[in-house]
Design a protein. Sequence first.
Length: 531
Amino acid sequence: MESYDLVIKGGRVVDGTGNPWFKADVGVKGERIACVGRIDSSKAREVIDAEGLVVSPGFTDPHNHSDWTIMAGRTAESYIRQGVTTLVIGNCGFSLAPISEEHFEDLKKYHEPFLLTDIPWNWRSFGEFLKVLEDNGSSVNLIPLVGFGTVRVAVMGFERREPTEEEMKRMERLVEEAMREGAFGLSTGLVYPPQSYAKTEEIVRLCRVVARYGGIYATHMRSSLEGLDEAIEIGRRAGVPVQISHVGSSRGGIKEIQGRQEEATLKPIDKAREEGIDVTCDIYPYTAGSSYIASLIPSHFHEGGLEKLLERLKSDEVRSELREELRGWEWDKTLVSYVPDERNKELEGKTLEEISRIQGKSPVDALCDLLIATQGGGTYVKFWGIEEDVITLMRHRAVMIGSDGWVHAASGVLHVGKPHPRCYGTYPRVLQRYVRELKVLELEEAVRKMSSQPLSRFRILDRGIIREGMYADIVVFDPKSVRELSTYEDPHRYPEGILHVIVNGVPVVRDGEHTGATPGKVLRNVNSMER
Ligand SMILES: [Zn+2]
């Protein structure tokens, strides 16, 4: 009788701790790793030959936005093929739950720009949403965060003001419920309305709830220099661990400190850590970011919600205000990446500068007209920075790798637009460019930043290391050939060199092909002190 369901034979084990690789066979039984050592192949039901290959923990993406696309894309194609076995969703203040009846329509509008396909909206509470995800099935594990924006819209709609004490208490209750139902923390996106309308105190109060339940605070900070100080202050006052989201764009995108990240970003983080404030970051390995087109319009124009915004964009007066406020915006570095409107599809892949030239109007008019045509939908890619900053930040021990992308696929309904290549290439790109070519990171350190580090950030301690007893989330890749193929012009391409991916003991990618298996789990926060 076989003792193992699967044995990965003869590979170099990079175990996820940062330790140097060692040679060992890895035996899997059921969902777990049963042995790391020498294993007789005759004891295995299935053998994967990993001679010359690296065997490492599957990668965990601490900053992902697949909340919407995982429903239609349960096979998680563009991630599983990167070797990613776990996604943290609900980032930047956008989670799909909780929903309030009172502001249901507002919530749908809030999420509208991100919907590539229809979603069922057949849940209300955070727990119900997790159940829907679970029933839907997934090839990858999911770690959910509750989004501040969702909570604020559920209670206050798109009001641009401080909450009343009554509203504040309702928000605290919604966050508390979500934490009890399995959320791993609260996320914010303080550049996005209506989240941008909140003052620090409001977030501190919600983070105190999160801290009581052993969660973390993940933040897409305000885009001013002081955004980092605010994030640290929230950590200090609420006693909550802070995760700075996509620190490359959040800090590297600030012109005054480009080329000076050591002093301007890493030093304050180190200082906070010395004081005992638990601050860490994630970064994606690109100098361009991506978001929804409507977010290019400054926050205050969004007051009252999407319909009000679109109404305002028709006014000449508003447009001339916009020209003033958006003076200096780099339209030539702003690429339209997805247009949910058949009549304007040909704009995908063009910069707003090009579009304005073709249409013979100013970039602001081109932007406003596009938003009106798409009812506020669509996404863009923006080149914000320099690679030197990415490298400086990426090297720091407290910085892990995240993608800030979402599930796409090279065929089917999720083969749409020209999404940021990070959706397909983040993890192979780190291994190719920053490990192999530029030697910015050692292989073992890169794997640590992509596996055990993000998982331990969320207090998930039974995954992310190749060790007996751990869940068998494993990737087998070729360190010499692994590379990204996705580009800004031609993004829908899977990487090369990721050969086998195992999730909870089940092969999901075998010899570079998806098996169709959906063994992923929806993980729930069980570290609550109050349970
Ligand atoms: Zn963000």
